[in-house]
Design a protein around this ligand. Structure first.
Ligand code: PA5
Length: 446
């Protein structure tokens, strides 16, 4: 089970830069209100919680077919529709494309050069394209879908339709219309589930099954941590305590930056997924916390200097893994030289954990607040726990701040501006604003 170590956030350990138990107790009223919002299911968007007990048979059936008839699985999506699936893949099937088939590409942009390169390398007869969009309306995803649709139809004729699977809202969106009209395979994302909370829906689970990752274990981990994170008592609920500590550090100590630093390459994408969740859910009404992804030990050699001596505005959150599942030892070579001898025979598992602990110690000794989440192993069960833990924490944090953690007005505004620029009816004002901005822009031609 996931563990959370938060002594380094408290004044007992980091002295006057830490939080007191009185400060934590003082916000009991707020935490009770936030808890009631969640456990009273006051928001339809809390439907992400029910994903832990969903029926996954349709996902598994489709995945089995794709594995049988495809060498390549190409996921087109953006935001939550790409970051969640990527977090699963990189955490649980490292170097997937060198070791397994079908190969998996996740493409979440519309950079023409990248798209051209993908088109050049895919074998249309052996490729399945999974278009993932909760709203079913996002211009980037729809544009890349259109490009691949035309490309596949040109190559395969009417057989192309069989090579698409659309994961989207069952009740609306232009992709749903295309599914109906062309009788395409599709999987639903519940209408109330917001994109960045959709990782444990078909958005993430189809890819998971295709990659050979046990989606039942992901859901079981999520379900087990949900039980712990449903406890009304703050001191018994790790997700609530995680949020309370970061909330107090933000509002009392002006620590408005949260660094998410797993000591695992495989969790780098999960830390980016967390950053999207934290940023897009909380950054509202002048409130929120700036998340910042990092990875250990790499960023010890890039960012740590700033954390130690730069502005006092950060809290560092480490994720450590007890057992990496590998016994790689550094061989005994060049051991006549003292520095080589020191490393000889060391197990990398121990070395990376020692590095994590030494960074934690350096920060704590300098009274820099930090927390550590540990998981026993990097497997589907514990990755499922991390997803649900952070989703509950984010929701709870939104309610502490008093913002809606489920909307994203400025993401929608960006989507509308794009429509405006493309000349869609009803979006004339956005088009005019963009044209005015282009005129007003200051430019040096060098
Ligand atoms: O969390 C969100 O709502 C967004 O980040 C979306 O995931 C992103 O904009 C993509 O939207 P959609 O999945 O509807 O295409």
């Amino acid at each position: 089970m996931l563990e959370m170590h938060f002594g380094n956030m408290l004044e007992e350990v980091i002295k006057e830069k830490g939080l007191s138990l009185v400060e934590i107790e003082e916000i009991r009223d707020k935490t009770a209100v936030a808890h009631n919002q969640i456990c009273g299911r006051k928001w339809d968007e809390l439907a992400f919680i029910d994903l832990v007990s969903q029926d996954t048979s349709a996902i598994k059936e489709i995945a089995a077919k794709i594995v049988e008839n495809s060498d390549l699985f190409l996921l087109l999506g953006i935001g939550g529709s790409a970051m969640g699936p990527r977090a699963i893949l990189e955490a649980l099937s490292p170097m997937h494309n060198f070791r397994h088939s079908p190969k998996i590409f996740i493409y979440d942009n519309i950079d023409p050069r990248s798209l051209e390169a993908i088109i050049e390398v895919i074998d249309t007869r052996k490729t399945t394209v999974n278009v993932v969009s909760k709203s079913g309306n996002t211009a980037e995803t729809v544009a890349s879908f259109m490009i691949f649709w035309a490309h596949m139809v040109k190559a395969l004729g009417s057989d192309a339709a069989k090579r698409f699977i659309i994961t989207t809202n069952p009740e609306g969106g232009i992709l749903r219309q295309i599914v109906k009209e062309n009788d395409l395979m599709s999987l639903p994302i519940h209408p109330s589930i917001v994109g960045r909370y959709s990782v444990l829906s078909a958005a993430g689970l189809l890819l998971s099954e295709i990659a050979g990752i046990n989606s039942d274990e992901l859901l079981l981990g999520a379900k087990d941590i949900l039980t712990k994170c449903s406890n009304a008592e703050l001191w018994e609920n790790p997700a609530y305590m995680f949020s309370v500590l970061l909330y107090l550090m933000c509002v009392k100590e002006k620590r408005t930056v949260n660094v998410m630093m797993p000591y695992a390459d495989g969790l780098k994408s999960l830390s980016e997924w967390f950053c999207q969740l934290w940023a897009e859910s909380l950054g509202k009404l002048g409130l929120g916390i700036t998340p910042y992804p990092a990875v250990g030990t790499t960023d010890q050699h890039s960012q740590l200097q700033l954390w130690m001596e730069g502005p006092e505005d950060k809290v560092v959150i480490f994720i450590r893994i007890d057992d990496y599942g590998s016994n790689i030892r550094i061989p005994v070579v060049f051991d006549k030289i003292e520095e080589f001898k020191l490393l000889s025979g060391q197990c990398l598992n121990d070395l990376i954990n020692a590095a994590a602990k030494s960074t934690e110690l350096a920060l704590s000794n300098a009274s820099k607040p930090n927390m550590t989440i540990t998981i026993p192993a990097l497997d589907a069960y514990h990755v499922g726990q991390l997803f649900m833990f952070f989703e509950i924490s984010t929701t709870f944090m939104g309610f502490l701040f008093g913002v809606n953690p489920f909307n994203q007005p400025w993401i929608e505004a960006g989507k509308h501006n794009t429509f405006g620029l493309l000349g869609k009816s009803g979006f004339q004002k956005q088009r005019e604003d963009i044209e005015r901005m282009a005129k007003d822009s200051v430019c040096w031609k060098l």
